[in-house]
Every structure is written in structure tokens, then in C-alpha cells.
Design a protein around this ligand. Structure first.
Ligand SMILES: CC(C)(COP(=O)(O)OP(=O)(O)OC[C@H]1O[C@@H](n2cnc3c(N)ncnc32)[C@H](O)[C@@H]1OP(=O)(O)O)[C@@H](O)C(=O)NCCC(=O)NCCS
Length: 134
């Protein structure tokens, strides 16, 4: 298993990765990875195998308010539980710090995993609300 992880490179996404990233992310159900739009490649990271195939992705949406949203986090099934998502999230959090963001938040189905990465619920007196406007 450790060998498998060694063959994976985690790096900033490039413009030329665009098509590979979207076809990778579109292979996940919409309930897991929102499909409306994907984060800018300039604030995203990919995990690629030795053949250059995208097997993992995580990006940030940077906002002027100082809030960054962790977006489009996904790792291919056969590469899970190797620490790849943890590395991708760490890269995004470091990038958010460099961009002088105050906080990083995520709307996620992977609550347990993100809590291992230091994410936590809103304080008890606050809730997250949304309205579907379409
Ligand atoms: C959530 C997801 C991104 C996690 O990817 P991953 O690369 O498997 O994550 P990691 O390997 O970093 O960590 C996953 C678990 O493996 C464990 N792990 C990490 N390295 C390990 C290793 N070498 N050996 C055994 N376990 C390991 C971690 O501790 C973690 O444990 P936990 O599930 O108890 O929290 C992946 O399951 C996924 O793509 N899910 C579908 C898409 C999705 O739901 N995305 C979230 C949208 S925000």
C-alpha cells in the first residue's frame, strides 16, 4: 500500500489539466461532488499517477470576504485510505493562508474525514441555511 502512495504525485493544477479534471470530477455522483462548476485551476491541486492520470483533486474558491471554500475534493476509489485527500486538503489550507484568508469552510458529505483535518461544526448558536433559488 505504501508503494502505491509513493507513485502518486500531488501538485498544483495546470490549465492543461482542465479536461482531465472535469472528466475525473464528473465521474462522481452529484451528491458527492457538485457539478455546476469547478474551482479555478489556479487555486486547485491534483493527485496524478505515473501516467499523468488525475486520481485526486481538491480546490479552493477564494472570496473577497476572506472566506475560502474547500471544493471538489475527491480521490479515485482504488487510491483511497492512502492519505492522498489529507495531503490535498493540507495544500489547500496552506494556500488559503498564503492568500490571507480568515477561514476555510466546506459543505460536505465527508464530515468524519474533514474533522480529522481540523474542520469543526459551527458554534451551537449558529446554523448554516441555504435556499434553492432555481
Ligand atoms: C472523502 C475522500 C476524498 C477521502 O479520500 P482519501 O484519499 O481516502 O482520504 P485519506 O486517505 O487522506 O483519509 C481517509 C482515511 O484513511 C485513513 N488513512 C490515511 N492514510 C492511511 C494509510 N496509509 N493506511 C490506512 N488508513 C489510512 C485516514 O486516517 C482516514 O481515516 P478516517 O476515514 O477514519 O478519517 C474520498 O473518500 C472520496 O473521494 N469520497 C467521495 C467524494 C466525496 O465524498 N468527497 C467529499 C466532498 S467535500
Amino acid at each position: 500500500m505504501a508503494n502505491k502512495a509513493k507513485k502518486i504525485i500531488i501538485r498544483p493544477a495546470r490549465k492543461s489539466d482542465g479536461k482531465n479534471i472535469s472528466s475525473f470530477l464528473r465521474s462522481f455522483p452529484k451528491e458527492q461532488v457538485l457539478q455546476n462548476y469547478f474551482p479555478d485551476y489556479k487555486t486547485s491541486f491534483v493527485a496524478v499517477d505515473l501516467k499523468g492520470r488525475v486520481i485526486g483533486h481538491c480546490g479552493l474558491d477564494i472570496s473577497k470576504t476572506g472566506l475560502a471554500e474547500l471544493r471538489s475534493l475527491a480521490v479515485a476509489k482504488e487510491y483511497r485510505r492512502l492519505g492522498i485527500a489529507s495531503k490535498l486538503v493540507t495544500k489547500c489550507v496552506k494556500l488559503a493562508r498564503r492568500k490571507k484568508m480568515w477561514e476555510v469552510f466546506a459543505v460536505t458529505g465527508a464530515e468524519k474525514f474533514l474533522k480529522t483535518q481540523g474542520f469543526r461544526n459551527l458554534p451551537k448558536h449558529m446554523v448554516f441555511l441555504f435556499k434553492d433559488i432555481n
